[in-house]
Design a protein around this ligand. Structure first.
Ligand code: ADA
Length: 552
């Protein structure tokens, strides 16, 4: 399933069967086509552990009429063909996309997805980096039969007024036919219902607005994550023709002075950075493992997670909604210099990741803040202009959430004043010596000088490495579990002791594989700063974090 609940009752929607035929096209691939499981990354196949190249996935589907395929995530270039005709192309592993085939004759059709994870000139965001750029169809694929008019989106924003909650909605309807469409769309949330007339010209797509009073709705919060179904039904001539079901929660996020308020109460963040990766499954994290990750983080006393450094699987966000885990979600981009930001495709690829993230995930109540451009060149005029544009894009797409960006610890930052919440990544005791308090104080001074002193401040990364099973009873050797515990103790205590900080996201929840090009900086070709290793075996730091997080 693409989500953790049914998204359609009227529309015929199903997941493509799990077995696909994979043919690899480049050296180091498979000698002959093989059956593989989707979702999955090809690195899970023992023979393709280090394959970087092209792979063709094929499957036969019996369908007809207007068929809408939905790809939750393909890493990281995709080209979709049906019976040899091109339906869609997509760049970027971490957001979904549609491929539409209109007016198909009923019968067997060959769906072919050409996937490519080679680095190259056309890729500004997927580059050799401190996490792995996997290959494959790593999230579910759906196929749906739709009529000429169907719902493509339903955005719901909870608004708190004197009389309680109101749900403001925009429902986008698309008409595939050349002739005009006229009908109605109804939106139902709990006991409230609202109907809006829909008229569309030939081949037009448009959003229709409505507002539902949901005065009695319970608020969503980490302690009581109350969820509601929002069901939009499109009808023509009084008959239902399509539907769109999502889950929403009523909560308000606001910045006031140096605090982030959730339903009026200040947030104290104690959480983790987490890459979407799990042991031998790579980027195709099974749902069972997603849920367990949240349980592990919760058991350590965390109340939030940052989806570093890209949008995550919507099922992970569904779990967070359900379990009351707050989420910082960010669009894709990590650690790019000004030169890399000047890549001719850089901005367009970041804009696309940002637009798709907000369009696809805005209804998740757990997402309390949007982020972008982790550790890029915020210290140059050109870089700062890129930040300004993407922060403005985020605000324009969704004015209901604050925006931020996790910035590298270095002097000369120019974008603090442009963010609703200032966030910094710092590694005292790991990359350099000196007291943690001093590192924070130094950063604070700079932020104040650059116009960000009156804003909330989050330590978006702080942490230390340890190789699972590596011990030094004296606690002196870096990479030992003992030393990691010591450093994390100092870092966490220093941050949580400062009441005017909003809190921290530890770097990181679990060890992750990194690009081969990073191997000389990263033992085991992994980023080993996890509190658990890539198989979720707890390091000694698990208990340390638990003691410190739970004690607050
Ligand atoms: C940065 C970066 C992370 C990771 C981390 C580290 O802050 O944002 O992706 O690379 O450093 O481990 O050094």
């Amino acid at each position: 399933m693409e989500r953790l609940f049914h998204t359609h009752v009227i529309r015929k929607s199903q997941t493509c069967g799990p077995m696909w035929t994979l043919t690899t096209l480049d050296p180091g691939g498979l000698p002959r086509p093989e059956k593989v499981l989707v979702p999955g990354v090809w690195e899970s196949h023992p023979a393709l552990r280090r394959y970087r190249g092209r792979g063709v996935y094929e499957q036969e589907i019996v369908c007809g009429g207007n068929v809408r395929f939905w790809f939750g995530g393909v890493s990281f270039r995709a080209c979709v063909l049906l019976d040899g005709a091109l339906l869609a192309e997509h760049y970027g592993a971490y957001t979904g996309f549609e491929a539409l085939a209109a007016g198909l004759p009923q019968g067997r059709h060959c769906l072919r997805v050409e996937v490519d994870n080679r680095f190259g000139e056309d890729s500004a965001l997927h580059i050799p980096n401190d996490y792995y750029a996997y290959g494959g169809i790593h999230r579910p694929v759906l196929w749906e039969e739709v009529g000429d008019a169907y719902i493509t989106r339903c955005d719901v924003t909870p608004v708190l007024t004197d009389g309680g909650w109101t749900a403001r909605a925009e429902i986008t309807v698309r008409n595939l036919s050349e002739s005009p469409f006229s009908g109605a769309v109804t939106l139902r949330i709990a006991d409230s219902l609202e109907e809006v007339k829909v008229t569309l010209g030939g081949q037009e797509s448009r959003a229709f607005a409505c507002a539902l009073r949901c005065g009695q709705a319970r608020s969503w919060s980490p302690e009581d994550p109350a969820l509601y179904e929002a069901e939009a039904v499109l009808s023509a001539g009084g008959k239902p023709v399509d539907d769109w079901i999502d889950r929403i929660g009523f909560r308000e996020v606001r910045v006031e002075g140096r605090q982030i308020l959730l339903n009026g109460a200040p947030l104290r963040l104690r959480g983790f950075n987490r890459h979407e990766e799990s042991g031998s499954f790579g980027l195709a994290v099974p749902v069972e493992a997603m849920m367990r990750d949240i349980q592990l983080m919760r058991e350590m006393g965390a109340n939030c997670v940052r989806t570093s450094h890209y949008p995550n699987d919507p099922r992970f966000l569904d779990f967070c909604d359900e379990m009351g885990m707050l989420v910082w979600e960010e669009s894709h981009a990590r650690g790019l210099s000004e030169e890399q930001m000047r890549h001719p495709l850089f901005m367009e690829q970041v804009r696309q990741s940002t637009r798709e993230m907000v369009a696809q995930h805005r209804n998740h109540p757990s997402v309390f803040i949007w982020g972008c451009l982790n550790e890029c060149a915020d210290d140059t005029a050109y870089g700062a202009a890129c930040y300004a544009e993407i922060l403005a894009l985020l605000r324009g797409l969704d004015p209901s959430r604050p925006v931020t960006a996790a910035l590298l610890e270095r002097p000369g930052g120019r974008v603090y004043a442009q963010m609703d919440v200032v966030s910094i990544n710092i590694y005292p005791k790991w990359y350099y010596d000196g007291p943690v308090e001093e590192a924070i104080a130094r950063k604070r001074r700079e932020i104040c000088e650059q116009g960000g002193g009156d804003k909330p401040l989050i330590i978006s990364e702080i942490g230390a490495g340890a190789i699972y099973g590596c011990h030094d009873p004296l606690g002196e050797a870096k990479w030992s579990e003992e030393r990691q515990c010591e450093i994390l103790r100092e870092q966490i205590t220093a941050v949580l002791d400062q009441p005017d900080l909003c809190g921290l996201f530890l770097w990181q929840f679990a060890d992750v594989r990194v690009a081969d090009e990073w191997a000389m900086k990263r033992p085991r070709t992994c980023n080993n700063k996890g509190v658990v290793d890539e198989y979720r075996r707890p390091k000694m730091a698990y208990r340390t974090v638990q003691e410190l997080f739970r004690g607050r």
